[in-house]
Design a protein around this ligand. Structure first.
Ligand SMILES: [Cu+2]
Length: 326
């Protein structure tokens, strides 16, 4: 009886491990942001059928650049480098080649222990928020190997895969919207120029900024421009019954001495029309503001998510926006 129950338990275990996808190699950090550094921590949680792991290799996917392994006592590290499919912006100019695989060998990680193999890299803007990046991993043991390299086909559930490649989800870089320093130009202080990302195909975008007149003479904001837009103007918003209406501010927006004028969602705003491309979250769009006295001033608009109510804020619920453009 004892013998029977033991072999039964063993069969049950085998059938579980052959149908469920229990990856022995995972990434500890499962989210990354475009144009931000990524700390890849490969976690090995099992050996191969009881055998210790003595080789771990990770493939750095196209669009992830500047990969560099962290030194690991007891293990030797080898890297393979090669050209990227295109040049990517990097800290000091474009980068065109770099590390494609990182391999740790020479150590021995027992089946009943876990360990981490770390690298640093930079995720480029090759990936849009919401997309997934895969880092295939090879695991070799004293006997036996695993290839955690399966990537789900479109619409396929990753859980259905027998040896899935660890996946990282790309999320919008909300915190990269750190306010640019205030621009001082003559008597004007210009703070936090920003705009919202727009859905593909949109032809208009709102722009927002805070302007303080520190002088003794009034000035007048008369125009705005960004390279993406055919035109830029200043709009006011008023309630007509329950309908929000926009109108161009004719003759420019006066900023009196000592006054701060805030252009923000739901109120006065810059209106960019005839968009040739969509502003994307995390973009920094260099444009201009034109004043009667201060002249034309370059400013950089940080792009916040679609529907954001503040620079650097997350997208607002659609109902909270209440602002239909044209
Ligand atoms: Cu408008």
């Amino acid at each position: 009886m004892n013998r029977f129950s033991r072999s039964y338990a063993c069969a049950a275990l085998l059938s579980v491990s052959s149908t469920a996808a229990f990856a022995h190699a995972t990434l500890a950090v499962r989210e990354a942001q475009p144009n931000e550094s990524y700390r890849g921590v490969v976690q090995i949680t099992h050996g191969c059928n009881g055998q210790p792991t003595n080789r771990v290799s990770v493939t750095i996917p196209e669009g992830v650049v500047g990969a560099k392994p962290m030194a690991k006592p007891g293990w030797q590290i080898a890297t393979e480098t090669g050209p990227y499919a295109r040049a990517y912006p990097y800290y000091h100019g474009d980068i065109r080649e770099g590390v494609k695989t990182i391999t740790w060998t020479g150590g021995s990680l027992p089946d009943d222990q876990v360990d981490e193999f770390t690298f640093l890299a930079r995720v480029t803007d090759a990936f849009a928020p919401g997309s997934t990046v895969y880092f295939p991993i090879e695991q070799d043991c004293t006997s036996g190997t695993y290839r955690w390299s399966e990537i789900p086909a479109a619409g396929q559930d990753a859980h259905a895969l027998k040896s899935p490649a660890p996946a990282v989800t790309i999320v919008a870089a909300a915190h990269s919207m750190a306010a640019a320093p205030a621009v001082k130009t003559g008597d004007l202080k210009i703070e936090t120029p920003w705009m919202r990302a727009t859905p593909g195909g949109a032809t208009v975008a709102g722009g927002y900024v805070r302007i303080t007149n520190t002088g003794t003479e009034p000035d007048r904001l008369t125009g705005a421009s960004i390279p993406l837009a055919g035109s830029g103007s200043i709009h006011s918003m008023t309630m007509d019954g329950t309908v929000m209406k926009m109108a161009a501010v004719t003759g420019g927006l006066v900023i009196k001495p000592g006054e701060t004028v805030e252009l923000k969602p739901g109120g006065l705003h810059l209106m960019f029309e005839d968009l040739k491309a969509s502003p994307k979250v995390g973009d920094a769009i260099v444009g201009t503001l034109t004043f009667e006295r201060a002249g034309t001033v370059p400013v950089t608009f940080a792009v916040a998510p679609i529907g954001a109510l503040k620079p650097g804020a997350a997208a607002a619920a659609p109902a909270a926006e209440g602002h239909q453009h044209h």
